[in-house]
Design a protein around this ligand. Structure first.
Ligand code: GCU
Length: 615
């Protein structure tokens, strides 16, 4: 795709950072001298304050601006200064520190250069079985990450295919070390996904975490890895999940498995990030007792307090898998004695493949209603980056990377403020147009939800690709993803009298969701099985709401398309955004017609407005 970055949120992304920068302070000096010159702003004095670490403080002294900061904070302060000047906002006041110490980006990049669930081209750093990158682009990436505030990059897919195992073996370590060197001056540390079964390729007949030979292998490997990359952040592990190996094979718990790895890397200061995405992916659809969203809690809640101090359990935001709308994962609320990380997905796997516009800050902001930000100690996001010239495919999808970084620094930040700043830094539009772009982004999630899966009608996507509608595609599949629509009703009863899922929540949340009268409409069919003639709070029947939402969602998408054409975006972003919006409209109409036809055929109930439903 030929879509160069025209402008991005950095004021001067087209200039290359010198490759001999060795520290964040070097990059900060470069950014400030160049950036401020471009912005016609006075170049602040830089003042190292090592105690501040990632924090910074911007103030005036003798009428001159000063950016003071810790080792990485100085760079964050430099970007904050330039952002404020360019966005015409007041300089941040007081000492600024990130809310989360680990602000991770999980890249599902494979060493062959492909990306699992990648929608922006091939990998920026892998090709042909190993590392292969353009240094200039990786330095640009470093700036993007640092200016957004991300500080850990996990380089490879959580599904560790055979070839990727060599990343942490002797033949792969020099390359890993070189890659770490490029990103270090941007305050970005690397992490690697490792396979639980890795010792088995080395003459050890088992991966049993309690086997001394396995423990010794990992300890020696860790010594070699940290010798090569002394500041490696740690390992990320997907175990016993979707066919990845794990401790269950040996009758061991996930605490046994995680702690074994954690102990191997603890002497080096590494953290062991263990994913909680564990469920039976070979379920029989006839089994109505097993309820997939309950799985993570069932596996992990009993282990609360059993994980070592350098283990972080990484839990997806919802109990399913990044659907457009899910309640917060109860696992995140059930483990007060475990370090937890919240995992979100920037890659738009179920949310439009970076073809449809879908800005995510409003979604993350909503999490706070049930999940106080203090309940987790770290955040991770599945990356939306790739080798496309603009890095994120859709010119607006960059807002999600930027917005994620801002959210990780301050989970209470107002979504609209973040999106406005991104829009202003990136496009510098006249005020009315800026307002229109911000509105478009702010509404984009609700609009997408309306024309695809309103009322939490999860899993109606095409199996495999996860783009476009297929209401029955997952219905008889092995993945535990059922809506059980029949001629009378749809949804799953997950209350105490149903599967019991709701019982996994603390009382106040359980009560709210268990009663259809207090359960928000948007989560209604996640928690309840309801007849099509069920009367909703607004007086409409359930079936009428399904029809109406799909018709309204398409109308809203058409209004977005019209608003887009009135924006004077620079080329090639404008043409690219318009081209993708045409695809989005097609997708929206497809969803409307397929889902409406599906429910009309099942229920035999006509649309009260007499609109066209294809049968
Ligand atoms: C989803 C996704 C997979 C991914 C998995 C995970 O199931 O479709 O591609 O591997 O999540 O998060 O591990």
């Amino acid at each position: 795709m030929n879509n160069p970055i025209h402008r991005a949120w950095l004021p001067h992304l087209d200039d290359d950072v010198p490759s001999d920068c060795a520290s964040c302070a070097d990059v900060a000096v470069f950014e400030l001298t160049l950036g401020c010159k471009r912005l016609n702003a006075s170049v602040p004095q830089l003042r190292p304050e090592p105690g501040l670490e990632e924090g910074y403080h911007i103030y005036e002294e003798g009428g001159k601006p000063v950016v003071a900061g810790g080792d990485t904070g100085i760079l964050y302060g430099a970007y904050a200064y330039m952002e404020a000047v360019k966005a015409r906002e007041p300089l941040p006041e007081g000492v600024r520190q990130p809310f989360y110490r680990l602000r991770m980006l999980n890249c599902w990049d494979n060493v062959d250069g492909s990306i699992e669930r990648g929608y922006s081209g091939r990998s920026l750093w892998f090709e042909g079985g190993g590392f292969h990158w353009n240094p200039r682009r990786i330095r640009q990436l470093g700036r993007m990450l640092a200016s957004a505030g991300v500080n850990v990059l996990c380089v490879n897919n959580v599904n560790v295919h055979a070839e990727a195992r060599k990343l942490i073996e002797d033949e792969g370590l020099p390359e890993l070390a070189r890659f770490a060197d490029v990103l270090r001056p941007f305050g970005v540390r690397l992490m690697v996904s490792v396979s639980f079964a890795q010792p088995m390729g080395h003459g050890i007949p088992t991966a049993d975490p309690l086997d001394p030979a396995v423990q010794r292998w990992w300890a020696e490997r860790a010594d070699a890895i940290w010798r090569a990359v002394p500041d490696l952040a740690g390992f990320l592990v997907k175990a016993d999940s979707e066919h990845q190996p794990g401790p269950f094979t040996y009758g061991r718990s996930h605490a046994d498995g995680a702690n074994m790895l954690a102990r191997a890397i603890a002497p080096h200061g590494g953290v062991l990030v263990w994913r909680a995405f564990v469920y039976n992916c070979l379920q029989d659809w006839r089994d109505t007792v097993t309820d997939r969203p309950m799985a993570a809690y069932q596996t992990y809640a009993p282990l609360d307090g059993q994980f070592d101090d350098n283990v972080i359990l990484q839990v997806k935001n919802g109990p399913f898998d990044f659907q457009v709308r899910e309640p917060v994962s109860p696992t995140l609320l059930a483990m007060p004695h475990t370090h937890l990380a919240l995992e979100v997905q920037l890659a738009q796997e179920y949310t439009g493949h970076q073809v449809d516009v879908y800005a995510m800050n409003p979604m993350w902001h909503e999490l706070a209603e049930d999940l106080p930000p203090e309940r987790v100690m770290a955040v991770a996001a599945v990356s939306n980056l790739g080798r496309d010239d603009n890095y994120t495919g859709h010119p607006f999808a960059a807002a999600n990377l930027y917005g994620y970084g801002k959210y990780a620094w301050d989970p209470r930040v107002e979504p609209e403020a973040v999106l406005r700043r991104w829009a202003r830094l990136t496009y510098a539009l006249p005020e009315a147009q800026e307002d229109a772009l911000v509105r478009l982004l702010m509404d984009s999630r609700d609009v997408y939800e309306q024309y695809t899966a309103p009322l939490s009608l999860c899993w109606m996507v095409n199996p495999g690709t996860h783009y476009g509608p297929s209401p029955w595609g997952y219905e008889f599949a092995l993945w535990g993803t059922y809506n059980r629509a029949d001629r009378d009703a749809v949804g799953i009863d997950r209350t105490a009298s149903g599967t019991g899922y709701a019982l996994q929540y603390p009382e106040a949340i359980r009560v709210k969701y268990e009663d259809p009268d207090t359960c928000p409409d948007k989560l209604l069919l996640f928690f309840h099985r309801l007849r099509y003639d069920y009367v909703m709070r607004d007086g409409r029947t359930l079936i009428q709401r399904i029809y109406d939402d799909h018709f309204e969602g398409v109308r809203a998408a058409e209004a977005m398309a019209e608003a887009l054409t009135r924006l004077d975006l620079p080329e090639p972003n404008r043409s690219e955004a318009v081209r993708r919006m045409d695809m989005q409209l097609q997708n929206a109409r497809e969803w409307r017609d397929v889902v409406n036809a599906f429910f009309h055929r099942l229920s035999g109930i006509d649309d009260a407005e007499g609109r066209k439903i294809y049968d």
